[in-house]
Design a protein around this ligand. Structure first.
Ligand SMILES: [Zn+2]
Length: 108
């Protein structure tokens, strides 16, 4: 008789993954645990899936996403959402900071 280990809930359901949850709440990269205050962005679903990421699986910084993809991000990888625009601000009007490498990948 063969026994198969129970699938980790993390793989199936990112909402049940404690690392993903902490990443979402505290805003750090799930690979390097770096705070990513200045690297919030949206990429197309296909890019995110290629990096073996799920919707609610937490955040990745630019460096770790590129490591997972084995290539540099290009402007076409990012969606057209306001978050990716250079003038995107918090609700109180403060600009959301973008790191130099995020700006370079966005082409802004
Ligand atoms: Zn990282």
């Amino acid at each position: 008789m063969l026994f198969f280990p129970k699938k980790r809930p993390t793989r199936e359901n990112p909402w049940a993954d404690p690392i993903a949850a902490e990443s979402r709440i505290k805003g750090w990269c799930i690979d390097c645990h770096r705070d990513i205050d200045d690297e919030f962005y949206m990429v197309h679903d296909s890019v995110w899936a290629k990096a073996r990421m799920k919707d609610a699986g937490g955040f990745l910084c630019i460096g770790c996403l590129e490591k997972r993809l084995s290539r540099r991000l290009r402007p076409a990888d990012f969606t057209d959402c306001p978050l990716n625009k250079p003038d995107f601000t918090y609700q109180d009007g403060r600009p959301v900071p973008k790191s130099r490498r995020l700006r370079s990948r966005l082409g802004i």
